[in-house]
Design a protein around this ligand. Structure first.
Ligand SMILES: Cc1cc2nc3c(=O)[nH]c(=O)nc-3n(C[C@H](O)[C@H](O)[C@H](O)COP(=O)(O)O)c2cc1C
Length: 354
């Protein structure tokens, strides 16, 4: 399996399976001298960890990260940062029913066809447990980025959609509820809806909006490695993601150019920001904002029909502990991937001009 590395200069490699000994990573290219705030790293992991509320999977993992290298006296040394998170709460027998059959719309069938042999326990490498390593690296990237603020929040669950723009919301409210929606009224509707869906043994999708502020002008390489293309890749690499749009996105097609053009202020900032902070693949100093859509995930507790390895019809149902809606736990993952992209471009930007 290739493709376990993300980034060019600020580069993360992850390893591990859901029910293996541990998951972890090696973060290469992180500059030396960053005094790491370990509590902040653990806090990010706690935002992603299972079992944190009634509307997420009840798997109980402490998700404590252990660092093995690249750090001395609390500071990064510039050498590879190796780390791991031990898996402590696996219930592999919950997955014996999918040993010889495939969950529709999960990765079971394609893994079997591609590799001919798969670790079916907890979805193996296809499990979103892998994203905990991204959150560790992203938390380090956030500390490298210092003044750049990255805030993600849940803006839609099923049909329940926040109609307010991020500028009209108090983003400090995102962590005030288990859904991670900064509008408390909408958050409680979303929470009640996720609970209803869970009771039915079903799942539901949602959208995460992410905003990056104080991003300097010039990040992004304007041909193949456009800033929005790398953000798109980062988001689309997260499990269960189905869509990415930035700035005016798909809605922008309804506007005429005269209305859509972001008119300049004398200081180079713009009066509107339909560009989403990126023009020609390069950050323009305005807020970068984008939406990432997550599907209703595959493992449903309701009975469903599928096929086994021989193609015979099988009647089955999900067992064990699963997420009825993944967006509350995916908020820190979206932020982490954003931080990794921006950190990589910050380093690359140093090569642009003398
Ligand atoms: C935070 C998070 C938690 C997830 N939890 C589950 C889960 O409990 N059950 C499930 O079937 N899929 C879950 N997924 C999604 C699967 O990992 C994903 O759908 C699967 O690997 C197939 O990949 P695809 O949906 O991107 O095609 C989760 C995804 C995220 C981001």
């Amino acid at each position: 399996m290739s493709g376990n590395i993300f980034g060019n200069l600020f580069k993360l490699t992850t390893f591990g399976e859901s029910h293996g000994v541990a998951i972890g990573g090696v973060l290469d290219g992180c500059p030396s001298g960053i005094a790491l705030d370990f509590e902040a790293i653990q806090k990010e992991l706690d935002r992603r960890k299972p079992g944190q509320s009634a509307i997420v999977t009840q798997r109980k993992e402490p998700d404590t990260v252990e660092f093995y290298s690249g750090i001395f006296e609390g500071k990064t040394t510039g050498t590879p940062i190796g780390f791991a998170i031990h898996n402590t709460n696996q219930k592999s027998k919950d997955y014996s029913h999918i040993k010889d059959s495939y969950r529709p719309s999960h990765a079971d069938y394609v893994y079997d066809k591609k590799y001919g042999f798969r670790d079916y326990r907890g979805g193996g490498r296809s499990s979103a447990r892998e994203t905990a390593s991204r959150v560790v690296a992203g938390a380090i990237a956030k500390q490298f980025l210092k003044d750049i603020k990255i805030n993600a929040f849940v803006s839609q669950v099923g049909d329940l959609k926040l109609e307010k723009n991020y500028t009209e919301l108090d983003l400090s409210m995102t962590e005030s509820n288990p859904v991670r929606c900064p509008d408390p009224e909408m958050a409680s509707k979303m929470e009640a809806y996720i609970k209803d869906v869970k009771k039915e043994g079903d799942t539901i999708g949602g959208i995460i909006t992410c905003v990056a502020q104080n991003v300097p002008i010039g990040l992004g390489e304007p041909v193949f490695d456009k800033l929005h293309a790398e953000l798109g890749k980062a988001m689309l690499s997260i499990n269960a993601v189905k869509g990415f749009e930035y700035g005016s996105g798909f809605e922008g097609v309804k506007m005429k150019g005269s209305a859509h053009n972001d008119q300049f202020n004398p200081d180079g900032s713009t009066r509107t920001n339909y560009s989403g902070g990126i023009q020609g693949g390069i950050s323009n100093g305005m807020d970068i904002y984008f939406n990432t859509a997550f599907k209703p995930v595959a493992t449903i507790i309701k009975p469903y029909e599928t096929i086994d390895k021989e193609g015979n019809k099988v009647q089955t149902q999900g067992k064990g502990r699963h997420d009825p809606c993944v967006v509350p736990r995916a908020v820190p993952i979206v932020e982490a991937m954003t931080a990794l992209v921006l950190a990589d471009f910050m380093l690359l930007e140093r090569t642009s001009k003398l």
